[in-house]
Structure formats: C-alpha cells, structure tokens
Design a protein around this ligand. Structure first.
Ligand code: GDD
Ligand code: MG
Length: 344
C-alpha cells in the first residue's frame, strides 16, 4: 500500500525552532520526526511513501538523497505554493500516479495507531456501505485544537468540525490525522487552488454519507507545539527510546562527569558543563550548557549557548544559535523574541 505523508506546513506554532527546519525534520529522541512516522507506516506494510512537500523541501531531499527512509521508498512531491491539506493530497497523488486505495497521514503525528486495523475496517465499510474515506480517531481530553468527529454507533461519520469554538465540541473523539481514501476522493478535490480536507472535502463527503471512522485507544501525540514536541520526546524515552536514566544521549555529546542529566535528549556534539543539571529537556546538536547551569523542561536549539550558572526552565525555547548570559534566569521564555521573526 502507498501513503501520502503531509509535511509541507510551515510549523508556525513551533517557531523559532522551525524558522529554518520543517517540524517533521526536528529531532525526536535521536532521529528526525519523519523517520518515526515512516517506520511506523513501514511496519504496517506501507512500501512507498509520497512526501507531500512545500516548506523547505530541500531539507528532506538532502537528508534522504537515495529516496529511502527507515527502509521505505520515498517519492517527493513538491508544491510550487502551499495547496493546503486536500490540495496537497491531490497534487501528491497525481505526481506519484496513485489510482488505487491509499493512506494519508499528517507527518507531525506520532502514535501507536493500528494502521492495519484501520485499513481492514475501511475495507469492510467500503464493501458493505460504499465508504470512500475512513478516518482514524483518537480520544483526547480537550478536542478544541483538533478536528472533532461525531459518529453513529456503526461508525458512519455524522459530523466533522475542524477546531470547534469552545464548548461546541460534540465528541471527545478527534481526527487522528490518518485516513484511508478511495481514489474517487481525488476527483472531489478541485485542482490548482488551496483546498482544506478538514473544512471542505470531509464535510462534503460526510453530507453524502460516505465517510466512516474508527476510534482507537493508545498513545497519540500531534507534535505541533513546543509543549507537545517536548512531551512526545519524553514519552518516547519513557516508552523505551532512551538508554537509562539520562534519556537519549548522542555518542558525540560531551557531558562533564559532575553534570546530572535525567530524562533528556542530548544531540550530537553538544556540551554539558561541570555541575550542570539538565532534566526533562531537549538539547540540540552543538549546544553548550555552561558550568553550574540548569536546564529544566525546556528546549535548547542547535549551537545555542546557556552561560555558566544560568537557569532555563518552564518550557523556555531557545532558537538555534541564541545565547543566554551567565547567571541569567529564564522561565517560559522564547528566544529570539517573536517580534524579530519574519512574518509567517
Ligand atoms: N504539503 C502540504 N501543503 N502540507 C501541509 C500544508 C500544505 O499546504 N498545510 C499543512 N500541511 C501539513 C503539515 O505539515 C502537517 O503535517 C499536516 O499537514 C497537518 O497540518 P497541521 O498544521 O499540523 O494541522 P493541525 O495539527 O492544526 O490539525 C490537523 O491535525 C490534527 C491531528 O493531528 C487536522 O487534520 C485536524 O483535524 C487533526 O485533528
Ligand atoms: Mg498538527
């Protein structure tokens, strides 16, 4: 089976980390996010992934020059301008010549969804009821940031409401960002303009009674914000991606023997100084944490510098190459200041 993986978004909510890097190329427990996504699909029998690219496509092409990722063949479909989710699916499927049933996944979702069970469920819904699309659902406490999906008891979708206003969500089951689509869906997506699958294509298909959904319990994270990016990384450590107490430490990381590192991810070539403390944090490649500094529950970008005895805590996010003066104290800070970012 083939899968279109959407990775063309600009990652606005993860700025400044995504100012130069697409979010799906950010490191998660030692490998780019996209590799977790593709290897999960590969484990469910997907043998070709069409990467639907727009923002900084060269980053992916340079990382996988032989067009394989986690053992799965890649096809690159690069949009000249962002076509939004449905437009991107149509464009990518056309580029790759997809004319059979296929999968679509949001490339910023890490999960243990049983994709094979979803495909089997769709197969049955297609045969019995003519379903053209089946959406994987996952239960969340606060559905407002997602696509909320309401179904009949037999799984037919009654309503799909993207990012409902507070109090308007009618269900805690949300779109998990993984679909099985019949090729007929492509014909319902207008070409050459932006089309959003969540706000336009799915609601129209739902009105025609052609969409089904299957809810699955289990671990699921949309890695779209700094908080969830940190959470997903720490979850993966807890789920076995770490190597002991310290978490995931790259072989080339240099950690002073008196430093204390717990449940963190340390990237290649980073340096952790004497008596420094790093806990529940992500330290990217070549970043330097000074002597006696503390980094807690925060993200330190590539080549950033945290001065001696400084403290960086409470979901602070330091962009690549930023510097925190010795002795400074940052809690929940974002550097560089958002006023200095180019407009999204
Ligand atoms: N190629 C391409 N072109 N990809 C795009 C474009 C585009 O114009 N716009 C967004 N994407 C990609 C993003 O890179 C991401 O992988 C995926 O499409 C979804 O976009 P997000 O911006 O992450 O959407 P969201 O998280 O707010 O909401 C979506 O995901 C939720 C679950 O994770 C929706 O599908 C919700 O309904 C869903 O609940
Ligand atoms: Mg997302």
């Amino acid at each position: 089976m083939r899968a279109v993986v959407l990775v063309g978004g600009v990652g606005t909510r993860l700025r400044p980390l995504t100012l130069r890097t697409p979010k799906q190329m950010l490191p998660v427990a030692g490998r780019p996010m996209i590799e977790w996504v593709v290897s999960h699909l590969g484990a469910h029998g997907v043998d070709e992934v069409v990467l639907s690219l727009g923002y900084r496509p060269d980053t992916f092409q340079r990382a996988y020059p032989d067009a394989t990722c986690a053992g799965v063949r890649l096809v690159y479909a690069v949009e000249a301008q962002p076509l939004d989710t449905a437009g991107a699916i149509r464009f990518a499927a056309t580029e790759a010549g997809i004319d059979e049933r296929f999968l679509v996944v949001n490339g910023d979702v890490l999960s243990e969804l049983d994709v094979s069970a979803l495909v089997a469920f769709h197969d049955e819904a297609h045969r019995a009821h003519g379903a053209l699309a089946t959406i994987a659902l996952t239960p969340v406490d606060d559905p407002a940031a997602y696509g909320v999906v309401d179904t009949d008891s037999d799984g037919r979708v009654r309503a799909f409401v993207e990012k409902p206003a507070p109090g308007e969500a009618t269900s805690h089951d949300i779109n998990a960002g993984c679909y099985v689509l019949e090729p007929e869906v492509l014909e319902r997506i207008p070409a050459d303009r932006r089309v959003n699958i969540e706000r336009e294509t799915f609601p129209a298909l739902v009105a025609d009674g052609l969409v089904w959904a299957m809810s699955q319990p289990g671990w699921w994270v949309d890695v779209g914000t700094a908080e969830r990016y940190l959470q997903a990384s720490l979850d993966l450590l807890d789920r076995g991606a770490g190597r002991g107490e310290a978490g995931h430490v790259a072989d080339s990381a240099m950690v002073a023997t008196s430093a204390v590192v717990t449940r963190s991810v340390l990237g290649p070539g980073c340096r952790i100084g004497r008596n420094a403390r790093v806990e529940g944090s992500l330290v990217f490649s070549r970043a330097v944490i000074g002597n006696g500094a503390t980094v807690s529950g925060s993200i330190v970008g590539a080549s950033a510098l945290v001065g001696d005895a400084a403290s960086v805590t409470a979901l602070s996010v330091l962009g690549n190459g930023t510097e925190v003066e010795g002795g400074a104290s940052l809690a929940g800070a974002v550097l560089p200041h958002p006023d200095t970012w180019p407009s999204a």
